[in-house]
Write a protein that binds this ligand. Structure first.
Ligand code: ADP
Length: 253
């Protein structure tokens, strides 16, 4: 569903590549976290998927589409096939909750009749039916993020990518948003989420892909845990390398 093959990207003026021969395959219906310290290359990888940036070399195939063949004028149409969720929600401030979702469908070319049928269903999915007439500034951060998710899933994308979707939310609201993403994943959408939130990664026990200096340094397929250096966290260590190397003293009596 998401396929990167030896993707390298160096921004002009940088000495090191932001992505250094990254290969990754995310299967249909997977839920994967992308973690790594700031500057590791997570956002650049996401931008490769949305075609905001192009690689210097390597191949990217998303939902069966080879991005080399997506011409500039077709990029907006390609992006509408993806669900994209941002940390700052990016809602239209002068439009209501209902209109924010309806607008996304309108640009995608859906008829008014279809829009009137679809929006209430999507608002129900994100549990915001009773907030449809409110404007974004009248909502909490978590509710705004749910509108943003509603907007991105309204067109039923096969893939949803979310760059730090819970960065601006408190602990309880973060859980709500992650539960919602899980629900959307259960309906069959492939999901890739970048996060710095150790708790949600460790609680969800999903695939965890860790990046460092533009490379994937660890890829835990299931039951993954948050570990930025690709090494086990100290608390989980059973034996330090020092112990392992020390020869056992034989006791001679
Ligand atoms: P992350 O999302 O993990 O914080 P990024 O993908 O934003 O990492 O950055 C990876 C590397 O690419 C960093 O060294 C960063 O400084 C560099 N970088 C990111 N965006 C740009 C840009 N527009 N121009 C130049 N360098 C960039």
């Amino acid at each position: 569903m998401i396929l990167l093959d030896s993707v390298t990207k160096k921004y002009p003026g940088d000495t090191e590549p932001a992505l250094d021969s990254v290969s990754l395959h995310i299967e249909p219906n997977e839920f994967a976290f992308l973690v790594g310290k700031s500057g590791a290359g997570k956002s650049t990888l996401m931008k490769m998927i949305t075609k905001e940036e192009s690689p210097d070399s390597g191949k990217i195939i998303i939902g069966g589409i080879d991005l080399d063949y997506v011409k500039k004028r077709h990029i907006p149409g390609y992006r509408r096939r993806l669900g994209v969720v941002f940390q700052d929600f990016k809602l239209l401030p002068r439009r209501t909750v209902y209109e924010n979702v309806a607008f996304a469908l309108e640009i995608a070319g859906m008829s008014n009749k279809e829009i009137r049928k679809t929006v209430p269903k999507v608002l129900e999915l994100v549990d915001l039916s009773d907030q449809a007439k409110k404007f974004p500034h009248q909502l909490s951060g978590g509710q705004q993020q749910r509108v943003s998710i509603a907007r991105s899933v309204a067109r039923q994308p096969k893939i949803l990518i979310a760059d730090e979707p819970t960065a601006n939310l408190d602990k309880l609201t973060t859980k709500e948003i992650i539960d919602l993403l899980k629900k959307i994943n259960d309906f069959g959408t492939t999901i890739l989420v970048t996060t710095h939130n150790e708790n949600i990664v460790n609680n969800l026990q999903k695939r965890v892909i860790t990046m460092k200096n533009g490379r994937i340094i660890s890829d835990q397929k299931d039951g993954g845990i948050y570990k930025l250096d690709g090494k086990p966290e100290p608390a989980r260590r059973v034996q330090t390398p020092g112990h392992a190397l020390k020869p056992r003293r034989r006791v001679i009596q």
